[in-house]
Design a protein around this ligand. Structure first.
Ligand SMILES: Cc1ncc(COP(=O)(O)O)c(C=O)c1O
Length: 442
């Protein structure tokens, strides 16, 4: 079939066919009709993602390679951040971000077992999991409605001599009060990890969230602002933190040669490390107990194509949010609508609603789901009430709660969200608004 062609010609022919396949068999959606299933989020892609993916498949490099480099550089450029590492999920990104803080290379600022990390309970579990898994102590404070972010008035009360870090997410794309949290961290010499998994493209006073604290993380799981199937990223402006993240991502090794390359530093066999024999192969010298959390080049290839669409995705998320909020503005006596904090320009992940007294969240959710509109809770609601927390709750050990988590419990009981993802048309948003009106006016 390809005998008379060069490899490039063969590849071009395959990619043309893949593009035509994508145009013909994907993305041929009929116009929206009420009753159609409305997912809260989904992949938005075209022939570019599919051809780039197949291009990478034909190369068959498989592990991190040229698409990974391209993606890391492009995401750094987009965010105006110095360093970026592609990883295989947002949860892995959070794990690395936290574990980086435990590196002995950080000296007295390293997080040790038993040290405390301030966080919240009404978010995604893998923002908190690395803290618990390592044996540090999560310190939970309440949040505020309608921002759904940390109540910064509680920060000073939460701090103790063992506090080393704050690790929190920008809830559903809504930036937390970075002025207050950053000032608090500076005052007490604490690390700040921004879980930016639901907030790619959000800005705070003109700067992208995820780049204001010490480390930021992203998720590229399909519902997120952009996708590569599974994937995530860790970014930082701090060269030492970046070095630690890379080491821990790549088995804990000391060497920085990319996959498939040797001896870039020209010192592979002539240095002294620890108590190893002098000249021991640097490729197998370990400065950390690490993981392998790399993504494949196939994932990165899809990410490269998605990243080009990110600015338009962000704009569409914002305009869908605005349209929905306007359409629901007459329901403020029954529903609390979401609001950004001062200085924030959110790239919304979803539209979060809390039902006021007299309106049953469960009844509203059942009604909307019956109309085909997919709904979501604010993830864990209150993480402390989950089975994974039973042992800690019963023993009362391994965590602290500062004040009460009354608002967190309110969110667990009365809040839900619907999507605003870029695949939603005005007709879809209008149908969601109409259905929400019906659900509360029955
Ligand atoms: C705030 C937050 N952090 C972390 C994650 C984990 O990302 P992943 O699913 O890619 O592991 C999610 C997942 O949606 C999330 O919402």
């Amino acid at each position: 079939m390809f005998e008379d062609m060069t490899e490039q010609q063969a590849r071009d022919q395959i990619l043309q066919q893949v593009a035509a396949y994508c145009d013909t068999f994907h993305n041929q959606k009929p116009p929206f009709e009420p009753g159609q299933r409305i997912p809260y989020a989904a992949r938005v892609y075209d022939r570019e993602e599919m051809t780039t993916l197949v291009d990478s498949a034909l190369e068959f490099w498989l592990t991190a390679g040229r698409y990974t480099d391209e993606f890391e550089q492009a995401l750094s450029k987009f965010l105006s951040v110095a360093h970026c590492s592609l990883v295989n999920s947002g949860s892995s990104a959070n794990l690395l971000a936290f574990m980086a803080l435990t590196s002995p290379l950080l000296g007295e600022r390293a997080v040790l077992r038993g040290d405390e990390v301030i966080t919240i309970a009404c978010g995604f579990p893998t923002t908190v999991a690395p803290i618990v898994q390592f044996g540090a102590v999560p310190v939970f404070v309440d949040v505020t409605i309608p921002q759904y972010n940390i109540d910064v008035a509680m920060l000073e009360e939460a701090v103790s001599p063992r506090t080393k870090a704050v690790m929190i997410a920008h809830t559903l794309g809504n930036p937390f009060d970075l002025d207050a949290v950053k000032a608090f961290c500076t005052r007490h010499k604490l690390w700040l990890i921004e879980d930016n998994c639901d907030a790619l493209g959000s800005k705070y006073r003109g700067t992208y969230t995820g780049t204001i604290g010490d480390i930021g993380t992203s998720s590229f799981y399909p519902p997120h602002h952009m996708t590569m199937g599974e994937g995530g990223a860790v970014y930082t402006n701090d060269a030492l933190l970046h070095k630690i993240v890379r080491s821990m991502r790549d088995w804990g090794r000391d060497c920085v040669c990319p996959s498939g390359m040797d001896n870039l530093c020209q010192h592979r066999f002539d240095r002294q490390y620890g108590e190893l024999p002098k000249g021991y192969d640097h490729k197998y010298v370990y400065s950390h107990f690490g993981y392998n959390l790399k993504a494949t080049d196939l994932q990165a290839a899809v990410g490269c194509a998605q990243l080009k669409k990110l600015p338009q995705f962000i704009e569409r998320r914002k305009s869908n949010f605005t349209r929905l909020k306007e359409a629901l503005s007459d329901l403020q006596e029954k529903l609390i609508l979401p609001e950004a904090c001062e200085g924030a320009d959110p790239s919304w992940f979803g539209f979060l609603i809390t039902c006021r007294a007299g309106i049953s969240r469960d009844a509203v959710v059942q009604y909307l789901e019956g109309k085909g509109i997919q709904t979501r809770m604010l993830f864990a609601g209150n993480l402390l009430r989950h089975p994974c927390f039973t042992d800690m709750r019963e023993s009362g050990e391994g965590y602290r709660v500062v004040g009460s988590l009354t608002v967190t419990d309110q969110i667990m009981r009365d809040a839900f969200w619907v999507g605003v993802y870029p695949g939603m048309t005005d007709a879809v948003i209008d149908f969601i608004a109409k259905s929400i009106h019906e659900s509360v006016n029955r």
